[in-house]
Write a protein that binds this ligand. Structure first.
Ligand code: PLP
Length: 357
């Protein structure tokens, strides 16, 4: 029960074990085309989507490095440990950052987005996280997107632990770029970073010329998808079985129905939060912004988070995750994504925690 990689369905596992296909030719082009169509349905977009081989960070770096260029100014809004990763990626790309930090457990404030974008013009982009996996907080991306659009500032969203488990409507909310990862709420194995790219983002990128990158240039992925559309619609060899497996998990997501799936995640997460409070834990996230995919639980007085994590694993064979500094000593994180977003599984975790704490 960690917040990714998650358990996957038997059908996804079977796809991972399927015979290896070539990554080009008619059959593959058909498979890849279908994969992209399914991905666009999951992102709720008519715009473009790509499957970058790599972990979620590869898609994040592609998004940041393609839209933003060295020495441009950008705003990062963070409220947890994964915000630091966005800062590191942007700094490695030479981007001049204005960092806005919100207290852990609280969502970032769209009013602050408005203020920052007004105060620091010109701003070439705003980078933030949909679901902060360190704190279990969901940020109000729709409202932030509307502040960005009002000022013509592209919005880059880390959707690594939200897409497939928490509602995000890429087109309707007017997001410019969002990167996610296969091993979390998409219910597949690690190794693919799906990225959605909107029309406005392409205009911004193309006005600046080619990004100073090759593998992680979104423009390159777009151009190769067009140039080699009928044979090899991506620049590199694809991890073919991961694409097959992701197709299976996306078909399962779409068969369940996006609304039903988000509701299941939210329902199970609430059951876990209520149960945790009933056995002496507290929940870090404000209830109104609590995540459907991961819960950061503050342990009862005198109970060490890392000790509890180890005891759950050693005695009960249940793995939850360590929390991040500065709350590492008095918290654990419980993932409930994909097949792990089940009443049965969170009840088991609660039963075991009741006996352990
Ligand atoms: C919100 C968020 N962003 C980024 C990452 C990094 O993803 P990856 O380890 O797949 O590169 C994670 C991983 O847990 C995450 O939860």
């Amino acid at each position: 029960m960690i917040p990714g990689p998650v358990d996957v369905s038997d059908e996804v596992l079977a796809a991972l074990a399927a015979p290896i296909l070539p990554h080009y030719g008619d059959d593959w082009v058909e498979t890849h085309t279908q994969a992209i169509a399914e991905l666009k349905a999951v992102f709720q977009t008519e715009a473009d989507a790509y499957l970058l081989p790599g972990s979620g960070s590869s898609g994040l770096e592609a998004a940041i490095g393609s839209v933003l260029r060295p020495s441009e100014r950008a705003v990062v809004m963070k409220n947890g440990a994964f915000g630091d990763r966005l800062i590191s990626i942007a700094e490695a790309r030479g981007i001049d950052l204005i960092v806005h930090e919100t207290e852990w457990g609280k969502p970032v404030d769209p009013g602050e987005a408005k203020r920052l974008l007004g105060a620091h013009q010109p701003v070439a982009g705003l980078i933030t996280i949909h679901n902060e996996t360190s704190t279990g907080v969901v940020n109000p991306i729709r409202k932030i997107a509307s502040e960005c659009r009002a000022r013509g500032v592209p919005l880059i969203v880390d959707g690594v632990s939200s897409i497939g488990g928490i509602e995000m409507q890429f087109d309707a909310w007017d997001i410019d770029v969002c990167a996610t990862a296969s091993q979390k709420a998409l219910g597949c194995a690690p190794g693919l970073s799906p990225v959605a790219v909107g029309k406005n983002a392409w205009e911004v990128m193309d006005a600046k010329g080619p990004a100073p990158s090759w593998y992680l240039s979104l423009q390159f992925w777009r151009d190769e998808a067009v140039r080699r559309a009928d044979w090899h619609p991506h620049p590199v060899t694809m991890p073919v079985n991961l694409v097959l497996a992701l197709r299976v998990s996306m078909q399962q997501i779409l068969a369940e129905g996006l609304a039903q799936r988000f509701e299941r995640h939210a329902r199970v997460a609430k059951r876990l939060r209520d149960g945790l409070r009933g056995i002496g834990f507290s929940v870090l996230a404000d209830e109104s912004a609590a995540s459907g995919t991961v819960t950061t639980a503050l342990t009862p007085d005198g109970v060490s988070g890392p000790d509890l994590q180890r005891r759950l694993l050693e005695k009960h064979n249940i793995m939850v995750a360590f929390a991040h500094d500065p709350i590492k000593q008095n918290a654990i994180r419980i993932g409930h994504m994909g097949v792990n977003a089940s009443e049965e599984k969170v009840d088991l975790v609660l039963d075991v925690l009741r006996g352990c704490s």
